[in-house]
Design a protein around this ligand. Structure first.
Ligand code: NAD
Ligand code: COI
Length: 332
């Protein structure tokens, strides 16, 4: 059995080597390249591919894989929003993802973003770099005094809520499907509007479904409290960036913590030293002392990376063996 593993990074190699040791019957061909219409040919003769990338898996890419004899593809990540699902279905693909590799990685990062903004860390860092060690005027706020609105109570949202409870924050949450335990605890509000009206901090943990794109826009921002803090470690296109910038300009939004960005594909996880970003709004956000941007690093922990490598390769073996795979992606 042979698997081609695309866009494997150095930091994934130890986990992959361990996995290979435990699976001597599987030959793994490691490719540092992303899966593209051109690199798909490298999978010729293999039984399946394991991939991770933020760039789209276009019809052209899937067709090229199909032409190379491959229709079993395992993602090392959660998000499937970059797959041309119609093409995947038409070409008879079987796809798996890793829906749960470490919700704690993303949840903890979310909490750090909130905490850093509440204690005005970017402003202090800028002051301290200039040898200004005075306290005022950057007085902080305590987590236990905040009402935090958690949008989406799936794997990640639920861990965020657990951590927030430890801080003593008041949690309100909203999900289109309610979790029994949170329901019993009375944490759900009946609508997003209600959540927006009550929350001092709003944190997003929903997928980038069509109906969720730009769920944070001028109209929904208008429903929020003055001085709201918005945190997004889910997907960039949940927020209309122009509306966010308008909200920050007017002061309606006090601060924002963004691990994801609408135009991040091809921008995050690249070195831009001495080069212009293709989207000047990113400079606008990065230059603000009340905004923290992290380049989609919420997932990036040793635990998560190990799980992503192991689970995705296990799933690919299941697909190749014709077994029911653990994390089969519904192609619509
Ligand atoms: P999940 O599927 O477990 O939970 C998502 C929840 O959102 C579900 O309960 C669903 O019912 C709910 N939902 C969908 N649309 C909604 C809406 N309009 N209003 C309210 N609830 C809605 O997903 P998860 O694993 O918790 O992931 C959450 C998000 O985090 C996803 O967008 C995922 O892609 C993203 N993510 C980000 C990173 C990162 O590194 N920043 C890593 C992994 C996942
Ligand atoms: C996902 O798993 O969907 C993520 O958002 C993390 C990815 C950048 C590896």
């Amino acid at each position: 059995m042979k698997i081609v593993s695309y866009s494997i990074r150095e930091d994934e190699m130890p986990a992959l080597k361990n996995w290979e040791k435990a699976h001597p019957d599987v030959e793994v061909q490691v490719e540092s390249e992303l899966l593209t219409p051109e690199s798909a040919a490298k999978a010729q003769g293999a039984d399946g591919v394991v991939v991770y990338q933020q760039k789209p898996y276009t019809r052209e890419t899937l067709q090229a894989l199909h032409d190379a004899g491959i229709n079993k593809m395992s993602l090392r990540n959660v998000g499937t929003d970059n797959i041309d699902m119609d093409a995947a279905k038409e070409l008879g693909f079987q796809i798996t993802n890793v829906p749960v590799y470490s919700p704690n990685a993303i949840a903890e990062h979310t909490i750090w973003l909130m905490g850093r903004l509440l204690r005005r860390e970017p402003e202090y860092t800028a002051k301290i770099a200039k040898r200004d060690l005075r306290w005022a005027p950057e007085i902080g706020r305590e987590m236990r005094m905040q009402t935090v609105g958690v949008v989406g109570t799936g794997h990640i949202g639920r861990v965020v809520i657990d951590i927030l409870k430890g801080f003593g924050a008041k949690v309100v949450c909203y999900d289109v499907y309610q979790n029994d335990q949170l329901k019993a605890e009375g944490l759900y509000v009946d609508s997003l509007e209600e959540l927006y009206q009550q929350a001092d901090i709003i944190t997003l943990h929903v997928p980038s479904l069509k109906e969720n794109i730009h769920m944070i826009n001028d109209d929904t921002i208008a429903q929020m409290k003055d001085g709201v803090i918005i945190v997004n470690a889910a997907r960039g296109d949940l927020i209309d960036t122009d509306a966010l910038i308008r909200g920050l300009d007017s002061g309606k939004i006090k601060a924002a913590g963004l691990d994801v960005y609408e135009k991040e594909v091809g921008v995050f996880n690249e070195d831009w030293e001495g080069k212009q970003f293709p989207d000047e709004r990113l400079d606008n956000l990065l230059n603000r002392k009340n905004v923290i941007v992290t380049p989609h690093t919420a997932f990036y922990t040793e635990t998560a990376v190990k799980n992503m490598v192991e689970i995705s390769h296990n799933c690919n073996v299941q697909l190749i063996k014709g077994e029911k795979a653990d994390n089969t992606v519904e192609l619509g």
